[in-house]
Ligand binder design. Sequence first.
Ligand code: C5P
Length: 227
Amino acid sequence: NKKITIAIDGFSSTGKSTLAKQLAKHLGYVFVDTGAMYRAVTLFAMQNDFIAIDFFDKQKLIKSMSYIKLQFQFNADLGFAEMYLNDINVENEIRKIEVSNLVSKVAEISEVRVKLVEQQQAMGEDKGIVMDGRDIGTVVFPDAELKIFMTSSLLTRAQRRYDELIAKGDKITFEEVLKNVQDRDFIDSHRENSPLKMADDAIEIDNSDLNREEQFQLVLDLVKEHT
Ligand code: C5P
């Protein structure tokens, strides 16, 4: 079988990463969660006081971009790669609501996007990759053989994310999570640079009423059609 590039885009908390991980494992492909990269840049900006809820020094972040080293390191116990920011494992920190609340502002900046897209394209040079994000089928890999666009109802998505955070022990309210998911979707789909939108040749999957296994089988059939 020839190796292909699989692009998975969609709204926040539609289960893109879960599906992408499952596919990559099954196919022996590399999995890349591009959201983790935008989250790590956001964490860097927070650590250096470039950004807070009511403040953002974009110029300082742009000037510091060359000091940000992002790497994925495979964790054999978990079965997927974890995000490292300047050689420190930040996988847990980048998933916290504080980062989620600021990441879309960082992702609007074209200098940030250009740099991350360049790295993402380099990771996909040899194909055999499943990448998830917001602009993978439109900007990063416009020639990807298979493009999936995932959607599901806002309440389903907020509930999933809420359950995930509670399971991790975060103290958070459902309203907070709902607002975050809603705000991010709005900013992500209305920004000037690479807004979230479905590629013309993408296949839309609404998984509001699909369980994980049903969704996986559906996409696996699509993969077979494209290889
Ligand atoms: O996928 P995840 O929800 O972790 O992404 C976090 C944020 O990173 C998104 O809300 C979006 O603002 C940004 N992002 C992006 N382009 C991507 C991946 C993520 O703008 N390819």
